[in-house]
Write a protein that binds this ligand. Structure first.
Ligand SMILES: [Zn+2]
Length: 121
């Protein structure tokens, strides 16, 4: 069923201006106009859901544009790119866990003098 921009925005949980922005940024195919108003088809909503999902993963506009092109043209290459992004996230999580552990040890040791602190070493 075809719906208006405000209905599409409500269904997708984003603002109408966000939907227009994603279109103008080339993240989804041009939305058909009838009588000057955008008409969203189910395939448009699916394309927008992909953009919204990608935004939730922290991807920028340029990355999403590339991903979208790859997903439909070269799925294997897209999967490789996604795996690389997962590796970046894993490395960031490891680094954060190390930082957290260091801070926890420092917060718990109770020393008033770094000379005697085993955490400082
Ligand atoms: Zn200490």
């Amino acid at each position: 069923m075809d719906i208006s921009v405000s209905e599409a925005a409500r269904k997708l949980g984003v603002s109408a201006s966000t939907l227009r922005y994603y279109e103008s940024a080339g993240l989804v195919p041009a939305i058909e106009r009838r009588g000057g108003r955008r008409v969203y088809r189910p395939s448009d909503l699916a394309a927008l859901r992909l953009v919204i999902l990608a935004r939730k993963t922290g991807m920028g506009i340029a990355q999403i544009r590339k991903l979208r092109g790859l997903l439909f043209a070269d799925r294997a290459r897209a999967d490789q790119k996604l795996s690389e992004q997962i590796s970046v996230i894993d490395a960031t999580m490891d680094a954060l866990a190390t930082q957290r552990a260091l801070l926890s040890r420092l917060a718990a040791c109770g020393c008033a003098d770094p000379v005697v602190c085993e955490v400082v070493g």
